[in-house]
Every structure is written in C-alpha cells, then in structure tokens.
Design a protein around this ligand. Structure first.
Ligand SMILES: Nc1ncnc2c1ncn2[C@@H]1O[C@H](COP(=O)(O)OP(=O)(O)OP(=O)(O)O)[C@@H](O)[C@H]1O
Length: 464
C-alpha cells in the first residue's frame, strides 16, 4: 500500500481484545490506527486531530457509540463512521443508519467484511450526504432474529429508511413479509400516515377492484353506499399488497395506471381521485415465471420489483428458533396472564431440526398450543405436538416392570442405600449387553452395532 492510500483511523471499543484484533487488521491494510477505550476519550482525541474514518462499538461504559456518532455527525459531518455492535436488532441497525452511520457491522464480524467495509468507507465519494436525524420511536412490531439472514434484512430496512421506494418482498408463507412491510413503513418518512394491507388471495376476485379503488353508491348490485377504497385510505402512507401474484390481469392493468398517473377512478365515477401512496408488494410465488406464462404483466413486475427483498424460510435460519420461541412463549403468557413456560434443551433441539413448512407463523401457533396444553412449566420432548415430534412416544403410563423398578429404587434409597441408582444403572447396562450378545451368538462386533456403540466401548463395558 502506498503512503497516499494510508489513512488515519480512530478505533473506539472498551473491549481490549477486539481493539487488538482490529488494530492488527487495519495496520495490515496499511492504515495508521489510534485507539480509544471510551467515547469520552475518543472525543478528546478528536478535538486536536482529524481522522479519515471512525470505527466505534455501541455499548461502552459512559457515553455510547450512538451518542459519539451523533456528536461527530454535527461537528465532523464528512468523517464516515462505522458502528459495530454485538446487540444486533432492527432498532439498532435503523438507528445507526438514521443517525448517519456509513455502515453497521453486527458482531461477531467476519474480518473480510470489515476489510471490504473499511475500503468502501474510505473510497472517494460524491459529497452529497443525507443529514436526516429522525428520532426513532420504539417499534411495536418487533422483528425477532439475530441470524445473518435477519441482519442482512435489518441493514436493508435501515438503508431504505429514508426512502419512499417501492419494495417487493419475496418469501414463503409465514416468513414475516407483512411484519417487514410494516417495519419498512414505520421507519419511513410516511410513518405518521396509515399502513393499509390487502391480501389478494383472501378476497373474491370480483371484489378486488372495489376494495382497491372504492365505489360510488349503486355502481353495482350490492353497492349500497359510497365506499372508500384502500388506495384512498392509504393516501400519504403505504399500501401493502400481499399475494400480488393472485391479482387478476385486469386489476393489474388498472394498478399499473395508478402507479404511473397517481390517480384512479372509483367504480361508477368519472372523476379522477389523486393519491400519493407508497406500494410494498409481497408474494410467495415466482413472479418471474408468472410473467413468462403470461399471468403477470411484465411492466407491472418491473414497476414493483424496484427493490427486491428476500425473506428466508425458518429452516434456513434455525439459529433464530430459540429467540423466537422465547418471544412467543413470553407474549402468549402475558396474554393468558399465566406464568411463562420454558423449553427444555431436548425439546428445543427437536424444534431446531424440524423443517417448519409454515415458518414463523407455525412456530407461533406451536408456542400457543404449548402454552395451553403442556402439562408442566418445563416443556419436554413428549409435550411437543405430534407433527413436530412424531418419533417421540407421547406420555404413556409406566408398565409393570418399570413401576416395580421405580418403587425398588425409592425404597432402597430410603433405606439408606445411596448407591442404589448407580447400581441399577450398571445392572441395566449389563442386562442389555448380555441380551445383545445372546442374539448375536457372542459376536462382539455385531453386538456393539446393535447397541449403537463402538467396539472398544463394548469391550470396556464388559470389563467393568
Ligand atoms: N422475525 C419475526 N419476529 C417476530 N414475529 C414474527 C417474525 N416473523 C414472523 N412473525 C410472526 O409470524 C406471523 C406471520 O408473519 P406474517 O404475517 O408477516 O408472514 P407473511 O410472510 O406475510 O405470511 P403470508 O404470506 O402467509 O401472508 C405473524 O404473527 C408475525 O408477527
């Protein structure tokens, strides 16, 4: 790297080991790095030295990285700031972007990503810079998840938060498309205006136009009064068109006209109605294929697909299942005014490997079912509904020998034999080993196979 490319970087984190790793990396990239362990000490360094880039953690004792970012935005608006945080949720991502951060990096980070981000931040750029400093209110439609796929999504919502652009959400049913559409609206300049949702698959085809555009009294049989359509209801706000792939072709043509002209006619009226509506559409179908088969207008497809966002199915982000389940069990317990149930490690493991064809909606329903149906506070595998864990035998009463064994254990223990449990385990093990050897006519290799052990394990256990 040449001298000319070497830049002055300020690195702020109260975690010394993270500073060490990043310092090594940034110096290897050829940059000069100054370190600070708090926002306060960063500010005092910034008083007498200018930097080409600030990289800061969010959570530190004293002032936070966000406060540091705000101060730098007003005093040093040209210095790009990269925000890093271990607490990566939608709110922090959106807040970082809205406060003017150049980029938001969730921890633990990938070092290649850090290099790429630093390079982009230091690249010469046009001097236009968004200075919007909107305050974020708490989002009641909280989106849960920390998987890399969700973090990509948070970043996309953050980047789009100052814009009005049309978005097409794509994802299987129940992946959270409506939730994300709502979050896009809540974090947009239109947040004070209505968010109106309409699901094309849920209304009869011959009523779609009247639902969208409204009608005058008597314009068709059954139109007993004047009706304001969803477009008018969403004026200045956002209209969410769910299952857009199910929109009939004639309605597509009308929708296209509204999008290009900003006006439409109520059914039965010849007066144009002008509206200013942002469209967010969603589909679980492959719209491109529908265009090829002539079922979806290509021009409308391009008009809607300005920014495509993909919501991955839950089975591809199973690391989010524990957080989502905890969130649902908590909100449902509050709804039911009952203590919150918890998932045992074993039950959670089964849920994490289940494919969830109905995605987050199905997980939410299962949590509702468990909140009402599970017998104990700690949910065990046998408490799970049969479609989630079909191989788990549902609770069955103990058989005669199990009852006898159990009462012998209790009485031996109560009589003072504190080794009772350990002895029975060893006896049971010897019993199943002998049975396996009997049916394999003493062949250890075969016996170890049916026992599910390695040969050495069997030999070792035989010696005990
Ligand atoms: N990441 C998430 N965090 C919290 N709740 C979620 C998340 N994703 C989805 N949900 C919940 O799951 C349910 C289904 O979500 P949503 O209706 O947004 O899915 P969708 O993709 O629009 O489904 P469909 O295509 O069937 O209309 C909702 O109750 C929603 O609140």
């Amino acid at each position: 790297m040449t001298e000319a490319q070497s830049k002055d970087l300020l690195l702020v984190d109260d975690d010394e080991s993270i500073r060490w790793v990043l310092n090594e990396l940034l110096q290897d990239m050829g940059h000069k790095v100054t370190q600070a362990n708090s926002a306060e000490s960063a500010l005092s360094v910034l008083e007498f030295h200018t930097f080409d880039l600030l990289i800061t953690d969010v959570r530190m004792s004293g002032e936070s990285g966000m406060e540091l970012l705000s101060r730098c935005q007003s005093a040093l608006p040209d210095m790009p700031v990269i925000i890093m945080t271990a607490h990566s949720d939608l709110e922090s991502a959106v807040q970082a972007y809205q406060k003017g951060a150049f980029e938001y990096l969730p921890k633990p980070f990938d070092l290649d990503e850090v290099v790429a981000t630093v390079n982009r931040a230091l690249a010469p750029k046009p001097s236009v810079k968004s200075q919007q400093q909107a305050d974020i209110k708490h989002n009641k439609f909280s989106i849960i998840g920390e998987s890399p796929a969700m973090q990509d999504l948070y970043r996309a919502i953050g980047r789009l938060s100052n814009s009005q652009v049309t978005v097409l959400l794509h994802g299987e049913s129940g992946t959270g498309k409506e939730l994300v559409a709502n979050a896009l609206h809540q974090h947009s300049p239109r947040e004070q205006a209505p968010f109106i949702a309409l699901n094309m698959a849920a209304i009869p085809k011959d009523l779609i136009e009247s639902e969208l555009f409204g009608h005058e009294k008597g314009s068709f049989t059954g139109a007993s009064g004047r009706y304001q359509g969803r477009f008018e209801q969403a004026d200045n706000g956002t209209l969410f068109l769910d299952e857009i792939g199910d929109m009939p072709l004639e309605t597509q043509t009308r929708l296209l006209r509204v999008l290009s002209e900003g006006a439409f006619y109520r059914i039965g009226s010849n007066q144009p109605t002008h509206v200013d509506v942002r469209i967010i559409a969603a589909t679980h179908q492959d719209l491109h294929k529908k265009v090829e088969s002539g079922e979806f207008r290509e021009d409308l497809y391009h008009r809607l697909n300005v920014i495509p966002l993909h919501l991955p199915p839950l089975r591809q982000r199973s690391s989010d299942i524990p957080l989502l389940a905890e969130h649902f069990l908590n909100t449902i317990s509050l709804e039911l005014r009952e203590p919150q149930k918890r998932l045992s490690r074993e039950a959670l493991a089964i849920m994490e490997s289940y494919p969830w064809p109905g995605n987050v909606r199905q997980l939410e329903n299962v949590c509702r079912w468990l909140s009402v149906m599970a017998n104990s506070q700690l949910i065990m595998p046998q408490d799970l509904p049969p479609d989630i864990a079909p191989e788990i035998e549902q609770y069955a009463p103990p058989t005669q020998w199990q009852k006898q064994l159990s009462s012998k254990l209790v009485s031996d223990y109560q009589k003072g034999d504190h080794q009772a449990f350990i002895k029975v385990q060893a006896e049971l093990e010897q019993l199943i080993i002998q049975t396996a050897l009997e049916i394999t006519l003493g062949k250890k290799a075969e016996a170890s196979k049916i026992l599910g052990w390695g040969r050495n394990t069997l030999t070792r256990k035989l010696k005990i």
